[in-house]
Design a protein around this ligand. Structure first.
Ligand code: ATR
Length: 286
């Protein structure tokens, strides 16, 4: 006899405000098609005032959702409203992936996973050194710093325009993180094995200063979590100075993997075809 659960279509959401620019439906839609799954992944525009009632309804099983992603501005609230946020998301103070398990709402944050998985795929030796320079100390920087620390980077030089924000992050993540101001940027490059931009400098045509990457270790990798444009000014500068670079699009693609597996039961892959599809979409909606 067929159980009613067998015919239920799993449905996940991405909740944000605004939400129309999210590329997550494109990514999850591609995986649903590739795996021949009868599921759905839907955009939900939820205002800050409506977010708590939305989560309450989800927990009570009133919506058809099995879980979903949350994005700006709901990541902090999602953490607070979940029944069981994992240790990773609690340390970050923000969750981006939610799923129901036996009536409880679980939460994690997959941004750091996305960041390291992108580098693992595109520059497999990236974590051989112990020294990283992270530019920026905002929300996006937190997940990067946490992931680098957890990967064994023992010397994380955190450079930020507002040094007090870098200090606050260093306090959160411990002794391996050293807070610095922009005036220390050149010195902080010295011997670093990895350079990560997490600021909005160079995003979508915004100006970016000229950087001299010559102080980095010989085999250093330069990466940017900004992916519009795909080759940011920092990546372009680094490449023209002979540095190996990795763009940030893979972070977006990889951070989606754990959620898809939770909601739909299959671990999807980040392929060249998926990457190209998102690049084509970016060109179409530039
Ligand atoms: P996100 O969640 O994307 O990290 P955020 O929390 O607003 O966004 O952080 C933006 C980061 O970019 C910060 O590190 C910010 O530096 P400040 O903390 O000094 O504001 C950095 N940033 C943004 N514009 C910048 C600029 N023109 N010059 C230098 N840093 C800039």
């Amino acid at each position: 006899m067929r159980d009613s659960r067998e015919t239920k279509v799993n449905t996940a959401f991405v909740a944000g405000y605004p939400i129309r620019h999210s590329r997550s439906p494109l990514i999850h839609g591609h995986w649903l098609r590739t795996h021949g799954l009868d599921g759905a992944y839907l955009r939900q525009e939820i205002t800050p005032a409506d977010f708590a009632p939305f989560i309450a309804g989800l927990k009570r099983g009133e919506s058809s959702f099995v879980g979903g992603n949350v994005t700006i501005p709901h990541k902090e609230q999602a953490l607070l409203l979940a029944d069981h946020p994992d240790e990773l998301s609690r340390e970050l103070g923000a969750a981006n992936t939610l799923w129901l398990e036996e009536g409880r709402l679980l939460a994690t944050n997959t941004d750091g996973y996305g960041f390291v998985s992108n580098l693992d795929q595109r520059a497999p030796e990236w974590d051989q050194g112990a020294t990283a320079l992270v530019l920026g100390a905002g929300g996006a920087s937190r997940a990067v710093v946490q992931a680098l620390r957890d990967r064994g980077f023992r010397d994380i030089r955190l450079v930020n325009r507002t040094v007090s924000r870098a200090r606050e992050l260093a306090d959160r993540f411990g002794a391996s993180v050293e807070p610095l101001g922009f005036e220390d940027l050149e010195d902080a490059m010295d011997g670093a094995n990895l350079f990560v931009n997490t600021t909005s400098l160079g995003m979508e045509g915004a100006a970016a200063p000229e950087l001299d990457f010559s102080g980095l270790a010989a085999d250093a990798i330069v990466t940017d979590i900004v992916y519009v444009p795909l080759e940011t000014p920092f990546l372009q500068q680094a490449r023209s100075q002979g540095r190996a670079t990795v763009d940030g699009l893979g972070m977006l693609l990889h951070q989606a993997v754990p959620g898809f597996e939770k909601w739909f039961g299959v671990r999807p892959e980040v392929t060249d075809a998926l990457r190209q599809m998102v690049i084509d979409d970016m060109a179409e909606h530039a």
